[in-house]
Design a protein around this ligand. Sequence first.
Ligand code: HEC
Ligand code: HEC
Ligand code: HEC
Ligand code: HEC
Length: 191
Amino acid sequence: MKKRGWLIVLVVPLLVGAAISAEVPEHPVRQFVGVTKCKKCHTSAKKGGQFKVWSESRHAHAFEVLASDSAQAIAGRKGVKDPQRAQECLQCHVTGYGEPADHFAATWSDSQGVGCESCHGAGSDYWNKTVMQDIRFGKATPEKFGLTIPTKETCAKCHNEKSPSGRFVDWPADSAKISHKIPKGADKIED
Ligand code: HEC
Ligand code: HEC
Ligand code: HEC
Ligand code: HEC
């Protein structure tokens, strides 16, 4: 009996400790938080400057481009009047199109175009530092917190025969064009 008592004293705190490291918070729904949240921690050049790479990519301008002459021409062929308001265009030009309104935090905006969460999934459960590091260092599974490690299929949601060019994503070449990797060893740097 005595022995078992000790076992509980030793094992229970271990289990509680494991639970503290990264538990999925009980949010009523998982929300798209928008790129400004990710920017806070993903700007450091030493760590690959993901926010800068993204903001200089076409994805960051995917909503804006719907106001261009070129968009008007594409829209005209489909009988669409205002591309920035049309489901026919927005489904591939903004993050989370078609999701219910309560799946968007106030910090999300359509003007951010194809944001981080278009490829990485709605961020409300994974965007805090503990979770991010636990995922990075293999202590938590990304899917459990809604984080997607993108593959060719992620891109094919938009880069498919229904896009204006009808071109499928060229993997890995197109992925290399938008690459924003963390340089080797850099994720151990504190900043
Ligand atoms: C509070 C800070 C913080 C915020 C906010 C944040 N991250 Fe992170 N993220 C980190 C840290 C820390 C790492 C681990 C690597 C490192 O040290 O740079 C990481 C790693 C990642 C990884 C790599 C995971 C892996 O498996 O290697 C992805 C992808 C990622 N973040 C995406 C995002 C996206 C998208 C957002 C916005 C929705 C976001 N992060 C917001 C701090 C943050
Ligand atoms: C199935 C997803 C999808 C839909 C629907 C879609 N787009 Fe796009 N759009 C893309 C992708 C992907 C690109 C990047 C270039 C490419 O590979 O087609 C793009 C590029 C563009 C461009 C920039 C390149 C260019 O041709 O000038 C414009 C403008 C554009 N789309 C307008 C529209 C308009 C207007 C609509 C609605 C009538 C629309 N798109 C509907 C996915 C889509
Ligand atoms: C939510 C829809 C969406 C997803 C998901 C998406 N893209 Fe795009 N992508 C677009 C749109 C829309 C454009 C065009 C934006 C513009 O021209 O303003 C684009 C443009 C691009 C471009 C530049 C145009 C070109 O043809 O050279 C590259 C490269 C690209 N995407 C690669 C990728 C890769 C790789 C993935 C997957 C990891 C991906 N995209 C996922 C919608 C998407
Ligand atoms: C168009 C799709 C797309 C968008 C938008 C996007 N990413 Fe990524 N991201 C990827 C792909 C693809 C990878 C590489 C996955 C792999 O390692 O094979 C990746 C990897 C990462 C990594 C891990 C890099 C590493 O070295 O392991 C981080 C961190 C990250 N993204 C953060 C962000 C942040 C922050 C944003 C927005 C500012 C963002 N991503 C926007 C597709 C995207």
